[in-house]
Ligand binder design. Sequence first.
Ligand code: DGY
Length: 322
Amino acid sequence: MKKPYVYLTRQMPPAIVEKLEAECEVGMWEKEEQPVPKEILEKEIQTADAVFCTISDPIDKELINKAENLKIISTMAVGFNNIDVEAASKRNIQVAHTPGVLSETTADLTFALLMAAARRIPEGMEVIKNNEWGAWAPFFLTGQDIHHARLGIIGMGRIGEAVAKRGTGFDMDIVYHNRSRKSEAENEIGARYVEMDELLETSDFVCVMTPYTKETHHMINREAFQKMKNTAIFINSSRGGTVNEDALYDALKNGDIRGAGLDVFENEPISADHPLLSLPNVTALPHIGSASENTRWKMADMTANHILQGLRGEEPDHPVTL
Ligand code: DGY
């Protein structure tokens, strides 16, 4: 019997490919660091039974409607804003993602970003590299305390909770805002639910952890930055589209907030001459929240398992539902 055909939009390690080859014909874009060109994906999706994709592959309605045999789209990510889930569901194509497995790793990075921005770690490194480290000076590179500060988390999902848990180790006062109350975060971590305005107005660290949807598009806008404390540090490790970057730039430039730690941007990769990168109070990273070796292996393995499940006619362990 003919094996089903799975197309991988990125080069994957042999162990992942072999796992799929046991049950499928495998086609793969042979580059690890460059997304597959649109026209190739368009051609492949027409015949594929399954697609293994990443966050940088826009799988829109137009593309989905070209697929004749597609049974499952499995993304190596928790976020699935690049996939038109509604269009897939109308065609009975399953969509799967990788929640849970990356929460702790992404929370580690989020906290690293928070600490780097608060204590001006990248600026310190620049000073040394530029040979500008002079005598010890009382107020040289003074930053912001993390311990006992208020951590405001917008979006208390799995990653938000893992960030909150880290905050407890620093005796932080943790507040959150979410569509629904999270009793586990309240009872076990001691996080306190507050309205959005209170979170923005009183937090020392404002941390965005929400998925990117039509509703969260630019939810952190000019008005939101104006509500924040002048000493606030803004952290985003979810999706760049949740923030109006022009408003963020102005807030940082005008001193409406003190700093920002950003792992995500509205257009990725961000270009080196992006205005945000010209500001000394921005700590920026290239979307590496879940990028520990262990976690990326687990994500790739989980994505492959979802493909096999979908092709066997089973529901994947982590389906995306509307
Ligand atoms: C995700 O999983 O959505 C991240 O942004 C990439 O790891």
